[in-house]
Ligand binder design. Structure first.
Ligand SMILES: Cc1cc2nc3c(=O)[nH]c(=O)nc-3n(C[C@H](O)[C@H](O)[C@H](O)COP(=O)(O)OP(=O)(O)OC[C@H]3O[C@@H](n4cnc5c(N)ncnc54)[C@H](O)[C@@H]3O)c2cc1C
Length: 287
């Protein structure tokens, strides 16, 4: 199948992109931003998306920068990093900048699909697409990152934990784009774990989990992904693990925390998710 007819625009800067999106949305047209086209492309071809206009963000320099306090004298405050929405997974994987300070972002990026997909797919596109099994919604939730959103009314920041409302649904309005993702640099004492259960390497996972503990920042988060909806944080379990250490990490405790937070899992799904959660959180104590 081929995509239905649409107009194509490739603005050179951020304000032109937001203006184009706002004007078209206001005129009751259905405009869609496009970044790497790794999800939007197939959706257009299958006619699951039929926008009247596609606004290509891939050439906007402001969306393509990676910054941390260590690499930039301005923009990013101390202890933070910032990744433009149109930065590809491969650019994060290869980034020479220290970014989160503990290699978490690089690790997550390097495990997304295959290099060919990572060369084009972007962090902002992944968040906006909001596939329940995608890596960035899970990882950025666990890290405590913020999504910086730009629209005709100005800028607003939303925590990554609140950005995704459900599978394929986010808080983004039709005339808004993701400008960047902003997050904390982890301390030297911080530890993380990340685990995906996939049938084949490079496929979307059947279960996934992320754990990030940073005692210096008082940050403790264990998050389950690939649940068919937005990632789910297991706050009680994370608090118990932060307080008691690995003794709090029993199969029973993880299973109970999952069942308390998520309903409707069958026995096989429950086992897969408990395994992913245990593996990810155990990595915290092994690293
Ligand atoms: C074979 C294959 C395997 C994959 N495996 C995985 C995997 O294992 N894990 C994983 O996480 N992902 C996986 N992906 C998804 C991929 O990594 C991309 O992240 C994803 O396709 C979206 O990124 P994109 O830049 O291509 O976005 P696009 O396809 O260009 O856009 C996707 C959606 O986001 C919107 N959008 C894009 N950029 C913005 C923006 N800045 N602001 C607002 N809205 C925006 C578009 O309008 C569209 O609705 C896979 C993709 C393929 C094709």
């Amino acid at each position: 199948m081929k995509a239905a007819r649409f107009a194509y625009e490739r603005p050179a800067d951020l304000s032109s992109a937001v203006r184009a999106l706002g004007e078209y949305a206001a005129a009751s047209g259905d405009a869609k931003p496009m970044a790497g086209g790794q999800s939007l492309g197939p959706m257009l071809n299958l006619r699951l998306a039929r926008p009247g206009r596609v606004i290509d963000l891939s050439r906007i320099a402001a969306l393509r920068c990676i910054e941390s306090a260590a690499t930039s004298a301005s923009v990013v405050p101390d202890g933070r990093w910032r990744i433009g929405a149109a930065v590809t997974h491969a650019e994060i994987e290869d980034s020479p900048a220290p970014l989160d300070g503990r290699g978490f972002l690089r690790h997550v990026a390097s495990g997304i699909a295959y290099r060919a997909v990572r060369n084009r797919g972007t962090i902002g596109g992944s968040l906006a697409h909001a596939d329940p099994a995608a890596d960035w919604p899970l990882a950025l939730n666990a890290l405590g990152a913020q999504v910086c959103i730009l629209g005709p009314g100005g800028r607003r920041d939303v925590s990554a934990a609140d950005f995704m409302r459900a599978g394929f649904s986010t808080v983004l309005a039709d005339d808004e784009i993701i400008e960047a993702i902003d997050g904390p640099v982890l301390s030297a004492e911080a530890r993380w774990g990340y685990w995906k259960i996939c049938r084949k390497t490079g496929e979307f996972p059947e279960a996934s989990a992320a754990a990030v503990f940073d005692p210096v920042r008082g940050h403790a988060r264990i998050v389950a992904g690939a649940l068919g909806t937005a990632p789910v944080a297991l706050e009680g379990l994370a608090e118990a693990v932060a307080r008691l250490g690995s003794v709090a990490l029993t199969t029973h405790a993880v299973d109970q925390a999952l069942v308390d937070a998520v309903s409707g899992l069958d026995a096989v799904e429950r086992k897969l998710h408990v395994t992913a959660l245990l593996r990810a959180t155990r990595q915290v104590f092994e690293s």
